[in-house]
Design a protein. Structure first.
Lengths: 156, 259, 106
């Protein structure tokens, strides 16, 4: 039982599924708009109509993660980080979660180094994209495919 | 004393009629699940400022000094500085309580103090407060090798051991089949650990919060499609006791991080 | 109750790039999970985070539901002068938390 008083087992029980001894049916209802197209639309909403070139960005996520609830994610952008040439922002997107945006981080010349890291949630095996916006208005990207497995012995 | 208890345990086991008493993991091969984790998850555990479990430890530290109950007492009033008085305690729990004539785990021990000394209501299982106090107390044993004194607890150790080796549930699986016989191998993308409770209460990524050993044991049983024992049930305490005894020699890691 | 943990070096040399690690206690309820009675559990997340260095913003971020519980964010800054780093988190349901750290720059 998690802190919200819910267990998938309770839901399955209510639905009569568990009584029948069925396999691990998931009750996570993922909206129909969780698609690669939705991710592209979200990217456009954030960065406008500029073209995005692959390069300069390195997105580090372990290829096989232990748990999709907490996926370590580090982004490094090649940049001298001077007052005239720096990284303005780093945006992270995903393609299969219910929502495509993950985080948008705003840096600046004071950062000294364009290296950020965080922990994200991924609902399924999918592609994660990191986009860097530079001070000269250019956009650069990197993407990684991440494998997410459901744990073997779940609580619910 | 210990040797006599172990001999008794050996004799009790030799006489027991259960199925599949497999081989216990030799002490030289005993490993914490920490070793199976990714570099990033290890880093999450090792750095107190990156480990969400620290929040509960800090809350526990505050609760330790907070007056509670009609007796208006704080843990600190009897036990002073936990860093001294609680050092090594969690590493030898569950421990035999003469008043109750049975082993108590740390959560039960804290609640005995709450109800009998502080005259306050017992804290609910998996409540924020009980997790915080347990995490704070167990944190004081970090790095200390687990060491369970078997005297007076042989029958409970035996009960726990029987549970560990007993096939149960829809899948007819015994704990030992995964955790003694197949540790290190992969099950649905996760490595099977040996199942030593070195870091409880711990931050489990699956729960996205801190949880107790009993929560994890209930998890395991549900995962095996077996009916889990209620929180605080004697079966859970016996299993905790056996698992801690089985983990003897390994260092405590509370608050650990696990997938 | 403990809410935020900051890891920043207490001392740094002028011009040195230092790493700042931040961890805040928050469930980050995504808004996509259901209760056992089939009700959608409402979203409850941190949506914005900012760090200022002697009053000037050096980092900020907009967070979405795909951020893990107990958000952990690390970034860097150039140690320019001694002073105060202030951290602010805001989110759904009027959530607001602040924390600060001092840095001595030689």
């Amino acid at each position: 039982m998690n802190q919200y008083g819910t267990t998938r087992r309770d839901v399955l029980k209510a639905a009569g599924i568990l009584a029948a001894g069925a396999g691990t049916a998931t009750i996570r209802a993922v909206p129909a708009d969780a698609t690669p197209a939705a991710m592209q639309a979200a990217i456009r909403r954030v960065i406008g109509e500029a073209s995005v070139k692959p390069g300069k960005v390195s997105l580090e996520i372990p290829p096989l993660v232990e748990n999709g609830n907490t996926v370590p994610c580090a982004v490094t952008v090649e940049s001298p980080m001077t007052a005239k040439d720096y990284v303005k922002a780093v945006h992270i997107f995903n393609e299969k979660n219910p929502q495509p945006n993950v985080i948008s981080m705003h840096l600046g010349p004071r950062a000294g180094r364009a290296n950020v890291s965080t922990r994200i949630r991924l609902s399924d095996t999918q592609t994660v994209v990191a986009i860097a916006e530079l001070s000269d208005g250019s956009f650069w990207s990197a993407s990684t495919n991440v494998i997410i497995t459901l744990g073997a012995c779940l609580e619910d | 004393m210990i040797w006599r208890a172990l001999l008794l345990l050996g004799a009790a086991l030799a006489g027991a009629a259960s199925s599949a008493f497999g081989a216990e993991i030799p002490s030289g091969e005993r490993r914490s699940a920490y070793d199976l984790m990714s570099r990033e998850t290890k880093a999450m555990q090792d750095d107190d400022t990156a480990n969400p479990g620290t929040f509960w430890v800090l809350d526990g530290e505050a609760l330790w000094s907070a007056k509670a109950g009609t007796a208006d007492k704080a843990c600190a009033d009897c036990h002073g500085d936990a860093r001294a008085s609680m050092k090594g305690v969690a590493a030898r729990y569950p421990a035999f309580d003469p008043a109750h004539r049975r082993p108590l785990d740390l959560e039960q021990r804290i609640n005995v103090c709450r109800t009998e000394q502080q005259k306050a209501p017992a804290l609910a299982h998996e409540s924020k407060q009980l997790l915080a106090l347990t995490a704070y107390v167990a944190r004081q044993s970090r790095g200390i090798p687990i060491s369970i004194a078997a005297d007076r607890m042989v029958e409970f150790l035996d009960a726990g051991r029987s549970l560990f080796y007993r096939r149960q549930g829809q899948l007819n699986l015994a704990c030992s089949q995964c955790h003694d016989d197949n540790w290190g191998k992969s099950l649905a993308g996760n490595a099977i650990p040996q199942g030593h409770p070195t870091g409880y209460p711990l931050y489990r990524l699956e729960w996205q919060t801190l949880g107790s050993l009993q929560r994890r044991l209930r998890n395991c049983m549900i995962g095996m499609r077996a009916e889990p024992y209620a929180y605080g049930a004697p079966e859970n305490v016996a299993l905790e006791l056996y698992l801690m005894w089985r983990a003897r020699g390994l260092a405590m890691e509370t608050p650990a991080v696990r997938p | 109750m403990a809410r935020a943990l900051i890891n920043v070096p207490a001392k740094a040399k002028r011009g040195e790039v230092v790493a700042i690690k931040t961890l805040i206690s928050h469930v980050m309820e995504s808004g996509f999970r259901y209760s056992n009675t089939g009700q959608l559990i409402p979203r409850n997340i941190i949506t914005w985070f900012q760090c200022t260095y002697n009053g000037e913003e050096i980092f900020s971020a907009e967070l979405h539901a795909a951020m893990a519980a107990n958000p952990f964010i690390t970034f860097h800054t150039v140690a320019t002068e001694s002073g105060k780093l202030e951290f602010t988190w805001t989110g759904d349901n009027g959530f607001s938390a602040t924390e600060s750290a001092t840095i001595t720059v030689e």
